[in-house]
Design a protein around this ligand. Sequence first.
Ligand SMILES: Cc1ncc(COP(=O)(O)O)c(C=O)c1O
Length: 476
Amino acid sequence: MPSSLTVADLNPAVLNVQYAVRGELAIKAEDLRNQLELGQQLPFKRVINSNIGNPQQKGLDQPPITFWRQVAALMEYPPLLELVQDKWPSDVLARAKELQEEIGSVGAYTHSKGIPLIRKHVAKFIAERDGYPSDPEDIFLTGGASAGVSLLLNVLIHPHETGILIPIPQYPLYTATLAQFNGVPLPYHLSEPDGWSTSISEIESAVTKAQKEGIKPRALVIINPGNPTGSLLDLPTMEAIVTLCEKHNLVLLADEVYQFNLHQPNTHPFHSFKKAVRKLNSPIQLISFHSISKGVAGECGRRGGYFECTNISEDVRAILYKMVSVGLCPPVSGQIGVDCMIRPPKEGEPSYPQYKQETDVTHAALAHRTKLMAARLNGLPGVSCVDSPGALYLHPKIELPVAAVKAAEQLGKQPDTLYALELLEETGICVVPGSGFGQKDGEYHYRLTCLCPGVEDYVGALESFHRKFLEKYGGL
Ligand SMILES: Cc1ncc(COP(=O)(O)O)c(C=O)c1O
C-alpha cells in the first residue's frame, strides 16, 4: 500500500507562499454570503467585496466594454458574422475578420510569445504612448501580468542568493512568487506622508543592507500606479530610479498594470518607465508589465497581458522564449483582449461613441468613489488616507486602541486583521488587512477597492463601525 501524500511531503517553498488578497477575510466573506443566500439574519443585507481588484466579479458588476465583447464573440464563433453583418458596427466586423485571418481558430495553440500581429500592434501602441520606438520581438504576450512576473522572477533568481527589491506595502504576488522560487525579498518602504512616494534613499539603504548580509540585489520592483497605495510616480522620481538602477546594475521590473486607472489625469498623468529609460538614453535593463485585468476593461478572467523587454540581450530573450515555449502559449482569448485594449475604437469610427460613453462612465465612477471614500475616511478619528490619484485602491492608516491590539494578540491575529474581521462581521464590508501587504512595525492599515457601487450607503456603515470599534476597545 503506498503511503498517502501529506503536506509535509510537498515542496517547502510552496508551503511558505502567502497570498492575503484571497486569504482569511475573503474566505469568511464567502461564508457570510452563503449564509445570506440561505436566508440567515445578519447585521447587513449584502457582502461588499472591497478586497479584490476584480471589477467584473458578481456584486461589483463593472460592465464589460461592448466593443471587446463583440470582437470576442465573433472570434469564438465566426458564423455569428452572418447574423450580425447588418447590426453590429463595421469596425467590429473588420477587426474580427482581420484577427480571424491572422489567427484562424481560437482553439489552436499560437506562437509561444503570442500572435505576431498582436505583438506588432502592442509595439505600435507603446511607440505612440512613449514617443520612442518599440520592437515586436521585445514583446511577450502572457496569461495576465502575473504569468510574466512569475517567469521573470523564476529566471532571475538563484535560490537563497538573489535579492529582489520590493516596495512595502506591496501587492503580495511579489512576496508569494519570491517565496516560491526561494528569492530573498529586500523590502524598501514607501513614504506615506508624501502620498506613498518612492524614496531613493530608502532603496539605497535596502541595497546597502543586502550587500552587508551577502545577498546580491538583482532587480528592483516598482508598481506604478501603486497597489495597494494608489500612488503615482512623477517623471523626476522615475529618472532618479533609473539612475539608481544604473548605479547598482539592477534590472527594473516595472509593474504598470494600472496605467489606464488615472483619477486626475490632467494633474497626475502616467509616464512609463520605457519612456524614462529612453529619454535618459539609459542602458538599464527593464521589463515592463501590462494587463487587460485592470483599466476600465477589467477582463481579469480572460488572462491577458504582455511584457516588453528593453535593453535585454538576445541571449536572455532566447531563454525567456524557451521558458514560455514550455507553457506552449498564452490563452488566445487573452491575446485578443490585449489587441482590444491597445487598439480601441478611434474617434470617427462607428464603435467610438459607445466605447467613449462606456469608458467615461467607468472612469468617472472609480474617481468619484475614490474621492468620496478618501474624504470620509479622513474625517474619522485615528484614520488618515492618501487620496489616490491612480489604480483601484485606498490604503488608509488606522490607529488602534491598546486594548484592541491586546485582544488581537490573545487571538493570535494581527491587530488590523482583527479590525477587518469585525468590520466584515458587522457591516459585510470585506477589506484586506495592511499586514497582508507589509507595513512598518506598530502601524496598521487596510486596503479597500473603489470598485463596489453604492459607496454612499456603505461608507456610512464603515464610519459608524469605526466609531463603535474605538468605543468598544476604550478609545485612542
Ligand atoms: C500590481 C499588480 N500586478 C499584477 C497583477 C496581476 O494582474 P493579472 O490579472 O494581469 O495577472 C495585479 C492584480 O491585481 C496587480 O495589482
